[in-house]
Design a protein around this ligand. Structure first.
Ligand code: NI
Ligand code: MN
Length: 233
């Protein structure tokens, strides 16, 4: 996979750290300290310029508030979630909604649909968190990455293909709370990426889907299995 100067690290589950060619650090779905898949060495966040949050479930924004307070990154999310994060202490909130594109740091992010729920657990209360979403990230070197968030397969993934043509798709495929391999394989036929990076599997016993199953069901794409904490590019 030629990332043309991008450095990409999977921290387990749906959490990724990306260093852009311009030297900015982007974290998608910051669930780090409590993430059993995240290696110890990566549990301390040293630097982050942009936080992208797909939805309000704890396994995606578990450390968003803490990291925002420590590093003051630009925090991107759907308005209901972004404003909640702002209320909890994030200072640079850059809310947006589906179909919109904005420049944050040195990347362009487009918010796209996800077929999933989105409540925020706030102490004893479950708060409405807007809708779950995914992101297409466009880097200055031409690389485009689609992070699907938590989602089932949906027909409009074909629109994501037509409009943005991401070369790399990060797809959940653990089953139970998101797509399993069968649904993720169908998503590959709609998205037609060069590479699929599987995520949201193996973290808990119910997340039974495995990259090898996906590769078998989607032989036309290259399933690229990352190892938590190992940087590529
Ligand atoms: Ni979720
Ligand atoms: Mn999840």
């Amino acid at each position: 996979m030629d990332l043309k100067g991008i450095k990409l690290t999977w921290l387990g589950h749906a959490t990724f750290r990306i260093e852009t060619p311009g030297g900015k650090t982007v974290i998608i779905d910051p669930w780090i300290m409590g993430n059993p898949m995240c290696p110890e060495a990566d549990k301390t966040v040293k630097k982050v310029d942009v936080l992208l949050c797909t939805h309000g479930h704890g396994d995606h924004i578990g450390d968003a508030v803490e990291i925002a307070k420590q590093h003051n990154p630009v925090v991107v999310g759907i308005p209901e979630l972004a404003r909640w994060l702002g209320k909890k202490g994030a200072k640079q909130v850059a809310e947006m909604n589906k179909g919109g594109t904005q420049t944050v740091g040195d990347i362009q992010v487009t918010m796209v649909h996800a077929d999933h729920s989105c409540g925020i657990q706030d102490g004893d209360e479950l708060i409405y968190g807007g809708e779950a979403c995914g992101y297409v990230i466009r880097f200055s070197n031409g690389v485009k990455i689609y992070h699907a968030g938590d989602t089932n397969v949906f027909g409009d993934m074909a629109i994501i293909r037509d409009l943005y043509a991401p070369q790399i798709a990060m797809l959940p495929m653990g089953d139970h709370y998101t797509m399993g391999p069968r649904e993720a394989a169908y998503a590959c036929t709609l998205l037609k990426p060069q590479f699929v990076i599987p995520m949201h599997f193996g973290t808990f016993p119910v997340l039974t889907g495995r990259p090898a199953e996906l590769q078998k069901l989607a032989p036309q794409v290259q399933v690229f299995e990352m190892k938590p904490g190992v940087t590529i590019g």
